[in-house]
Design a protein. Structure first.
Length: 269
């Protein structure tokens, strides 16, 4: 059951170092490492809700939300939240991940992890300084970082800003802990996917983590993002410890004033 919990908690964990896919894939290095100020596909008030399933059994729910717009050390920043709750009679989870993301570059400015899993509490707080390429932990100890850092939350929004061309492999050196770099994402194909929120055209991504786990090469993990200007995270699916783990979009609330996109189909394909 802990495998299901780990999967749910890994919703935003696209940021660890990833393995290269097949040699035939074209690698694009640092394609969009420095986004310029613009109107992003997301905004304050956006929320995505999910079911988390272990095999075919629903074990919990989660959401990703742009909670507000705040000042962080003189920078305008989005405050984003990811939360997952659920489990079974024998194991409960209540995890929350907060990110403060520079509104112009999508660089990480602050990152907080608050995890309660099976009665075990863990809390981490990082202050991240892109201008000095350093970060500090909750003790105030300073560590080297990178110039345009990303954490788990900001990386998810950064991915939504990429062109995501099928057959290409994107490589970045932006995770705020340098030993986790480079980050690579392979764009496999286009697909059409049905989730509780509707039926969508999707772009299928494959992250592969160097170490064992949910995104290991053997897991054949796939992340599906809507093939429209909104770039919504629709579904995540993988195999872990011999079981099928998946996450499914159940609802979407756009930011106020967002331009309407084509509505998902709810009929047959």
């Amino acid at each position: 059951m802990r495998s299901a919990v780990l999967f749910a908690s890994a919703l935003l964990l696209l940021a660890p170092a990833l393995q290269v896919g097949r040699a035939a894939a074209q690698t694009v290095r640092d394609t969009v490492t420095s986004p310029r100020p613009r109107r992003w596909s997301f905004g304050v008030g956006e929320r995505l809700d999910y079911d988390v399933r272990f095999g075919g059994v629903r074990v919990g729910t989660g959401y990703i939300e742009v909670d507000g717009f705040q000042d962080v050390r003189g920078r305008d920043a989005y405050h984003t939240v990811f939360r997952v709750q659920g489990g079974t009679l024998f194991f409960k989870v209540d995890d929350r991940f907060d990110s403060w993301i520079d509104a112009s570059s999508l660089s990480s400015l602050r990152f907080k992890q608050d995890q309660n899993e099976g009665g075990r509490d863990r809390e981490r707080m990082y202050e991240i300084f892109p201008e000095r390429s350093v970060f500090t932990d909750e003790t105030g100890t300073e560590y080297p970082s990178v110039s345009e850092p990303l954490d788990e939350g900001s990386f998810l929004y950064f991915v939504r800003s990429l062109p995501l061309e099928v057959g290409r492999e994107y490589e970045f050196n932006r995770y705020f802990k340098p030993d986790r770099n480079p980050v690579r994402i392979k764009v496999l194909r286009r697909d059409r996917v049905k989730v509780p929120a509707g039926t969508f055209d999707a772009v299928v991504l494959q992250p592969v983590i160097k170490t064992k786990g949910l995104f290991s090469e053997d897991g054949h993990a796939e992340v599906l993002i809507s093939d429209d200007p909104r770039r919504l995270l629709l579904q995540m699916r993988t195999r872990f410890a011999g079981f099928r783990l998946s996450l499914h979009l159940t609802g979407y609330r756009p930011p106020p004033g967002a331009r309407p996109a084509s509505a998902p189909s709810r009929g047959r394909r």
